[in-house]
Write a protein that binds this ligand. Structure first.
Ligand code: DUC
Ligand code: ZN
Ligand code: ZN
Length: 468
């Protein structure tokens, strides 16, 4: 089966070109100058005139079905990957979980069992290490060698749940430095945050906004800097800071990068568009919708402006979602009267491609940087390149035909995520995902869904291409 995507503007990280994309089976076989593609015969031709043709989005940070805060993230691999496809994301990298006392390989097997046969798009895993000990360190080597898992997430937050102390972090970093893996860090000082949380609750400060107030930017910056220092001691172990939200944390990343260190970072759309006051501080209990960690930051400080700048300068390499949805009903409501019991997470896997395109419309990013931060760099950072993240012969035919003249209105009534609200309710995007192609299969077209669960395959990943 061949497919010709004709007449569109193909966008990659290094430029845009008028080109036709020829697909055979699951692969891209040619990117053709339109002047030379007249003679090409294909079983199906898709007219992309006036549209952008971009590599399928890669969301490098999702939590489908994550057990957390006494409940579990409300998107399954089936519902979450379907919603991702609707929004132009054709690959996710989810986080398998090992908790203290558990065998790492068992945690991984449990994640495979959740995802296997259920995904609408291709998927890979990072591994969360919630209990770094001798066995876990050995397991890191085994996962790198045998399982295609080359990145491990550690937490400086959530004492008693996922937390690692500095000694555990250092040992995991030393192991990663040896086996070539990346350490991903949730950088917040969880020990200090827990003190602030208890003090706030004792004062009767129970509303959702206190979730943000008890997780100050200084404690994200401190942990970020500490992680960077520990990675330096571990002979410049590759370090990737997840969901970076504070200007002060970004300054530490930028300083390390200026020294040539193997330090990378991502941010998420919620930190670019949503704020402590307007969302987390919404009247009554509504702010619970936006309880996530790291938290939304104050609109009276320059965080969002600095994050957009970081995306332009590459101090922030990637936009991921940290998709971790919880419904208000029965889930977020667990924290009514006590913000510390609100399950942490925002759902957004469906909206990332659109929300960052809006950054192009608003003059924050170039078209090329849009594609780079949502697709090409995630592929390169996490060992999926050039199978994913680029439109070139030999790569998987994961394509999005994006309409810059369309519009998208985000709403819980129309989204496809398993959530009873939207974090971006009413937001208008001046662009629209048109056709979505996953490994040569048209899965979204003209507002209709043609994908199926089980189409998505597990991807074994290689090493980051940013490292020697
Ligand atoms: N942050 C969240 O908001 N949810 C899940 C885990 C995390 O680190
Ligand atoms: Zn995290
Ligand atoms: Zn996360």
């Amino acid at each position: 089966m061949s497919l010709l995507v004709k007449g569109g503007t193909v966008i990659g990280p290094t430029g845009t070109q008028e080109a036709d994309v020829l697909v055979e089976g699951e692969k891209i076989v040619a990117v053709l100058d339109p002047a030379y593609s007249q003679t090409v015969q294909a079983d199906e031709v898709i007219d992309a005139a006036g549209k952008y043709v971009i590599p399928g989005g890669i969301d490098a940070h999702t939590h489908m079905e994550l057990p957390f805060g006494g409940t579990a993230a409300s998107d399954t691999f089936e519902t979450g990957t379907r919603a991702a496809a609707w929004g132009g994301t054709t690959t996710i990298i989810d986080f398998a979980v090992q908790r203290t006392g558990e065998v790492v390989q068992d945690g991984l097997a449990a994640w495979h069992a959740k995802a296997d046969g259920n995904c609408h798009i291709d998927y890979a895993f990072h591994m969360i290490l919630g209990g770094v000990d001798d066995d876990a360190l050995k397991a890191m080597d085994q996962l790198v060698t045998d399982e295609g898992i080359t990145s491990f997430k550690l937490f400086m937050a959530y004492p008693g749940v996922f937390y690692s102390d500095d000694g555990q972090i250092l040992r995991a970093m030393q192991t990663a430095r040896e086996n070539g893996a990346m350490i991903m860090m949730h950088a917040e000082n969880g020990i200090a945050i827990d003190v602030l949380v208890q003090q706030a609750l004792a004062r009767g400060e129970t509303d959702p906004i206190y979730h943000g107030i008890t997780r100050p930017a200084a404690l994200e910056a401190e942990a970020t800097n500490r992680a960077i220092s520990l990675a330096e001691v571990a002979k410049d172990c590759p370090l990737y800071i997840v969901h970076l939200s504070a200007s002060q944390a970004l300054e530490h990343v930028a300083a390390a990068r200026d020294k040539g260190r193997n330090v990378f970072a991502e941010t998420c759309p919620q930190y670019l568009y949503l704020t402590l006051e307007d969302q987390l501080g919404a009247p009554g209990f509504e702010g619970a919708k936006w309880v996530c960690s790291t938290p939304l930051r104050s609109k009276h400080e320059p965080h969002a402006k600095d994050l957009w700048k970081g995306l332009r300068s590459n101090d922030l390499a990637i936009v991921s979602t940290d998709h971790c949805p919880f419904c208000m009903k029965d889930q977020k409501e667990l924290g009514r009267g006590d913000f510390s019991k609100i399950p942490n997470g925002i759902g957004g896997v469906e909206h990332r491609v659109d929300l960052i395109y809006q950054g192009v419309v608003d003059g924050q990013l170039s078209l090329e940087r849009w594609v780079e931060t949502i697709a090409t760099t995630p592929a390169r950072m996490f060992g999926l390149y050039p199978q994913k993240g680029v439109i070139q012969p030999g790569s998987d035919a994961d394509l999005v035909i994006y309409d810059p003249n369309g519009t998208t209105r985000i709403s819980a009534e129309t989204h496809h995520m398993n959530m009873d609200h939207s974090a971006y309710e009413g937001v208008e995007i001046q662009g629209r995902v048109g056709t979505v192609i996953s490994r040569g299969n048209v899965i979204v077209a003209d507002g209709n869904y043609h994908g199926r669960k089980g189409h998505g395959r597990y991807l074994r990943r290689g090493f980051s291409s940013y490292l020697v």
